[in-house]
Design a protein. Sequence first.
Length: 825
Amino acid sequence: MTTYNATQIEKKWQNIWEEKDSFRSEIDHSKTKYYVLEMFPYPSGNLHMGHMRVYSIGDVLARFLRMRDYNVIHPMGWDAFGLPAENAAIENNVNPAHWTASNIENIKNQLKLLGFSYDWHREVNSSSPDYYRWSQWLFLLMYKRGLAYKKKSDVNWCNACATVLANEQVEKGLCWRCSSVVEPRELEQWFLKITDYAERLLNDLGQLEQWPERVKVMQQNWIGRSEGAEIAFQVKEFPGEEIRTFTTRPDTLFGVTYMVLAPEHPLVKPLVAGTEQEEEVLDFVSRVRQETEIERTSEEAPKIGLFTGRHAVNPVNGEEVPILVGNYVLMAYGTGAVMGVPAHDQRDFEFAHKYNLPIRVVIQPEGEDCTGQTMQEAYTGEGCMVNSGSFNGLKNTDGINEVTEHLKQQGQGNFRVTYRIRDWLISRQRYWGAPIPIIYCEQCGVVPVPESDLPVELPREVELSGDRVPSLAHYSDFVNVDCPDCGGRACRETDTMDTFICSSWYFLRFTSPGCDHAPFETEKVDYWMPVDQYIGGIEHAVLHLLYARFFTKVLYDAEMIKVNEPFRRLLAQGMVYKDGAKMSKSKGNAVTPDDIVKQYGADTGRLFILFASPPEKDLDWNEQGVEGCHRFLRRVWRLVTEGSEAFMVGKDTAGHGEDETSLQRNLHAAIKKVSSDIEERFNFNTAISAIMELVNAIYAYRQAKEKEGCNHKVLRETLEKTIILLAPFAPHLAEESWEILGGKDSVHSQHWPSFDAKMLEVDRVEVVIQINGKVRGRITVPANCTEEQLVEEARANDRIGEMLKGKEIVKTITVPGKLVNVVAR
RNA sequence: GCGGGCGUGGCGGAAUUGGCAGACGCGCUGGACUUAGGAUCCAGUGGGAGUCAUCCCUUGGAGGUUCAAAUCCUCUCGCCCGCACCA
């Protein structure tokens, strides 16, 4: 017997798979297609355990489904644009393109060492011109459809990254990549109108039955739909000028005692012009506008309001209330103006107390008599409308509609839905991205680059002398261009696109990677889409996963694809921890896939990562657990090598008795469990434990038959099927074992075994006897025993009879094949 | 504050429909083989008591429903995650 040499075996089969092009996928209408996709990596240098986990999960599924006769597509590529390439370029004095290319080569080799079954013919690289050409083309599609526009506004600026960020890319006021504080900056930037799709992005979450609840909830929160009314207040001092507010509580309109504008509100300046308060207010406004999001939204930040000297007129009762400017009102939400109803909103209540503003109760809780003086906090519950003119006596829940309807008829308001989500800011002031295909002409203004001129290529020679890679504005050859319309002097847009654009459609490109006349071929995209199983980290719950859904819907509307949701089923895998901390180089607790491959082999690493925890839960890396998995694979290896020697030289001496039947029953039970655990539940950990049990059963059988010898036919069949079951998890060892056992072709081209229900049947079953719900004995009865017989048998049992002596049997409950419960007093 | 999730041996975790709690693995204990064992094989391993072919307790805690609860309901404690001055 030879020892298990993982390195040698793995190298051998990786070469064979590559030579035979084993994982190539083509359209085949005779089979059901299945698209298995894991989020493609950013090629940052080395693969880490998080990568190994996602890709191991995907590979098990892909290999399993192929054996289940699905036509599986399982592609891989590179999310290759992005800032780290620029930073590395400066540090190492190397062109970002070259740095990226060498990382890709490295990571690709690492993926190959792990034995993942990708169709490398479909490899895509988002930073190559033949890919970003179509990212640009899609931008132009958005532009044509009115979904891309440029506007000047306050945007999130990250100083460390020297670029702006989308709202989704700011976490608690910090840059998602480098964690530095994000500042507001007024710039003219390109946006995509994702808000036009807010309603559909929200509603269609309902279709995504196979997505984890938490991801759907996170997207729901992010989109943040709220229903209410928009109400117009006239400005007393400027007849004809109105302030529009959004509220979810139009029923409290009669309780308005003041109005607050955001500092950025366009009416602030004209309103205060010429008042005593002008200087103070403008000073306050400029101060607030310089604050970072952290400063402005921190818990300690006091709510400050300043009177503008002007008044708003309540449309329902003509009352005049002071207009203030407040630091807590956000221009980007609703209308940037808030009506203050202190009696029925806790924040307004506190604000009113601070500034001595009147509190007027307009919703009275049943059986109580609240007044502004006696209230300790705002009343936000249901009640009866009071102090509300003709609406008095109405239930406030009805009042919401009635008041809005009234305003609508008077032309002073309307029903309105507001979303928290903002348009997607896609401009980036960086070099290493896809250039935005827009030209600014002195004569014609904004001119989209004609499709035939795509791609707008990045300058290849990069200046690497400073402390950062210069943006495209630095390259005059790039900037200066003739206008495509009039031929006159023009210049290019010098910002590049957010890399999330590239990853919003790569799953479509995988269906037709070489296509040079369109982003993808209709026939192919229609065959392969949607992605049947998508796997990736939870960190993209509202970034990539929201953007990709948006792109898909736009392409659906443009009639380029037939699906309006890209990912049918989603698995958000947990993180990899070690010693209670997230595994990372900086914490010094990192174990790399390379280490594992070297020490134990890829099969051991893959097996452990799948066995240690169910995929959606966090996983704690444990060296001894890895050794346990390696031990298991060696146990399998010994069975195969010793078994094959026995098959060749030994005589088949044993007949077919109880032991053989039992072994076969173990086999079929394992087939059943492993199949359903992979296919229905994704519980790879329990699938693996079922294979371990089967292997233990084979060892037990061999030991039981040590003297008289095994039934080789049964043993061999069991062993072969065990190897097939193991193939998705430990593909190299399975392949080698298959060869040793004399199997035909590759183990991976075998049909997945089906279990025979007859094999699972037993003649006799053990049944638990309970008295009042407690286990008091066990009996073995024929499997087809009737309930009556079962009760008879139970009561006939000596011990049970003893315990029931002198008691009255109230009733008996039987669960066939499982238990008898005797209820006795 | 709103929303989602989790809590089971020394550890990772099983228990799929309410039906034997603790599968499988790690660790630990004992034995076999051996010059040796950090290899391999076999046996044991939730806690407590014991008259050792037995009983009691046990799924964060307290109640409840049920013949039967890790699983369903109510309350409660703890932890993790998302959103949050959102009008």
